[in-house]
Write a protein that binds this ligand. Structure first.
Ligand code: PEP
Ligand code: MG
Length: 601
């Protein structure tokens, strides 16, 4: 068979296969069961406006286009290696399609056409891409051969990929989805995920994404069942099909039969019954069997989550990720807007402390308005981000500090700094805080007295190892085990291909947690854990045993962690932690932890 014929046969087979029930395995990143209908996120032709560029800006425009093409190629390479996890015809078919997309990005009619349109017509890259793509697409679509005319879809897909990478557009299409939708996409960014409304959306499933990335964290916070990293999901999923997402088991079922739906409905009822029982714990204290109180706080990304935190019985907010105020918009929120958003959260928490982290943008958390300031880095996770960006762009930091100070008049707040790696960064922020406070006073505004405590995230190995020095300049520590694990083990937390290596139980990570905790306890400053391990009841005995007395987690996780704490013995946990810290094998540590949890429940 010629390769075109093979392609036709494959497409036909794919169509025929659509009706049957089909199960997929992936990374279950947020528990729960969603039953509904598929909504495939079509990247949709992004509408872009055309504008003229000056002669001396042509080279820069070409570079923008080339950067977007390179990014598209990187994405396609990632998708290809994900496709290699499949076997036989499936791997072949998907590989074939991705290869075709890759070819369109290398010295093709598309790329050459865009380059000459930018040069000759002096238009912006987006307009040039849109023009060339619709031309090529029309040419294909007008062909009489159904297989070749279907290639128009591929051209459009490639064009949209370049446009999305040029404009960094977030999906806006989630707003009007019918109730019961389950979003299926190649990848959702944290900003995309923030737009999902749990009232209408029952869950989501994607081809790319890792377990500890912010998309996963967001899914857990919103209580949305989610499965990521399914290589061939988009080959079979079509909008409108029936679908089940089992976030606990990491399974997605397309076109479930009535018997499968009934089975999952029963499972869902059991989960809901368990959850109702757990809400009875809401008013009970978080205290171990031998009387040790443990503070349970909530991680909050979106203002609406503060109410969920209160509902779950949180004793405050241990981590407010302010970067979400900067996402899904083209401009920066000014001081006043930030103040209003923070004030709302502080007031919702009714006098309980709210720990507000300054902007932690960069890496996978992107804000369009800051795109030009972050720059293109080969290693964004190690680049200009978080506190480094805030200290470089002082107007950003000053606006945040002013908004936090003003919100602090409405209830207790603490200021938390992300990605700290040296004492000098903390000193610079403290200096900035004093200046901002003086300026606000001159404006006649009321300020919290004394000024709020200034704490640091311990999430970079260098910070953990110099924790004793940091206690001299910081008022409290919050251990970010997500990044601490990523940076200690050199594993990208959002990268599904190395997800199997991501392990907070690695002795290197645990030793850093222990070192930082002991430094804080010696200096008598509060220390909490606010990474994802804080919300997993399994880790509670180890963290308590290491001396942690405050845990901050997604509101949904709080009841289960409280249940675990109320069943724990604090002294036994301390003995257990000593035993764990003598180990050097993470597999053995995981086994000891499982045994301890099995015994003590
Ligand atoms: C962490 O790194 O553990 C953390 C809590 O911060 P984030 O997940 O926002 O990076
Ligand atoms: Mg972090």
């Amino acid at each position: 068979m010629k390769s075109d014929d093979k392609g036709k046969a494959r497409r036909l087979r794919r169509l025929q296969e659509r009706g049957a029930e089909r199960a997929f395995e992936g990374l279950g990143v947020a528990p729960g069961i969603g039953i509904g209908q598929v909504h495939v996120v079509e990247t949709g032709m992004i509408t872009v406006s055309e504008y003229q560029i000056a002669e001396d800006k042509i080279e820069a425009e070409l570079e923008r286009f080339h950067n977007a093409v390179q990014k598209s190629q990187r994405q396609l390479r990632k998708l290809s290696s994900k496709a290699e996890e499949l076997h036989g015809a499936a791997a072949e078919e998907l590989g074939f399609l991705l290869e075709a997309h890759k070819q369109m990005l290398t010295g093709s009619r598309v790329t050459r056409g865009v380059e000459s349109r930018i040069r000759e017509h002096r238009v912006n890259a987006e307009a040039a891409v849109q023009f060339v793509i619709s031309k090529v697409e029309q040419d294909f679509a007008s062909l009489d051969d159904p297989y070749l005319s279907a290639r128009a879809d591929d051209v459009r897909e490639v064009g949209n990929r370049i446009l999305r990478n040029l404009t960094q557009t977030a999906y806006e299409a989630f707003k009007n989805l019918p109730a019961g939708s389950i979003v299926v996409a190649e990848e959702l960014t944290p900003a995309d995920t923030a737009l999902l409304d749990p009232k209408t959306i029952e869950g989501f499933a994607t081809v790319l994404g890792g377990k500890e990335g912010h998309t996963a964290i967001m899914a857990r916070s919103l209580g949305l069942p989610a499965v990521l990293g399914i290589p061939d999901l988009l080959r079979f999923a079509r909008t409108g099909q029936g679908i089940i997402v089992d976030g606990g088991a990491g399974r997605v079922i397309l076109n479930p039969t009535p018997a499968t739906i009934e089975d999952y409905q029963r499972r869902l009822e059991i989960i809901e019954r368990d959850e109702r029982q757990l809400t009875r714990l809401r008013k009970l204290p978080s205290v171990t069997r031998d009387g040790q109180r443990i503070g349970l706080l909530a991680n909050v990304e979106l203002p609406r989550e503060a109410e969920m935190a209160m509902h779950a019985g949180a004793e405050g907010v241990g981590l407010l990720r302010t970067e979400f105020l900067f996402m899904n918009r083209d401009d920066l929120p000014d001081e006043d807007e930030q103040y209003q958003a923070l004030r709302q959260i502080v007031e919702t928490m009714e006098g309980q402390p709210v720990t507000i982290r300054t902007l932690d943008v960069g890496g996978e958390k992107l804000a369009p308005s800051l795109r030009d300031h972050l720059g293109e880095s080969a290693n964004p996770a190690l680049g200009l981000r978080a506190i480094r960006l805030s200290l470089k762009r002082r107007e950003l930091l000053d606006a945040q500090l002013a908004a936090i100070l003003r919100a602090g008049v409405h209830g207790p707040v603490r200021i938390l700094l992300p990605m700290i790696s040296s004492t000098s960064e903390v000193k610079q922020v403290r200096e900035a805080l004093l200046q901002v406070a003086r300026r606000l006073k001159r404006r006649g505004l009321k300020l919290p007295d004394p000024l709020p405590p200034l704490g640091v995230m311990i999430e970079v190995p260098g910070a953990a190892l110099s924790a004793d020095a940091l206690t001299q300049v910081a008022d409290f520590f919050a251990i970010g085990s997500n990044d601490l694990t990523m940076y200690t083990l050199a594993i990208d937390r959002g990268e599904e291909q190395v997800a199997y290596l991501y392990n907070p139980l690695h002795p290197a990570v645990l030793r850093l947690v222990q070192f930082a905790t002991e430094a804080a306890l010696r200096a008598r400053i509060p220390v909490s854990v606010c990474g994802e391990i804080a919300g997993d009841p399994k880790f509670a005995p180890l963290l308590l045993g290491l001396g942690i007395q405050d845990l901050s987690m997604a509101a949904n996780s709080l009841p289960r962690v409280k249940q675990r704490i109320r069943n724990l013995d604090y002294l036994a946990s301390a003995r257990f932690a000593r035993q764990v810290m003598d180990q050097w094998d993470s597999g053995r540590i995981a086994m000891l932890l499982d045994d301890f949890n099995a015994l003590a429940t």
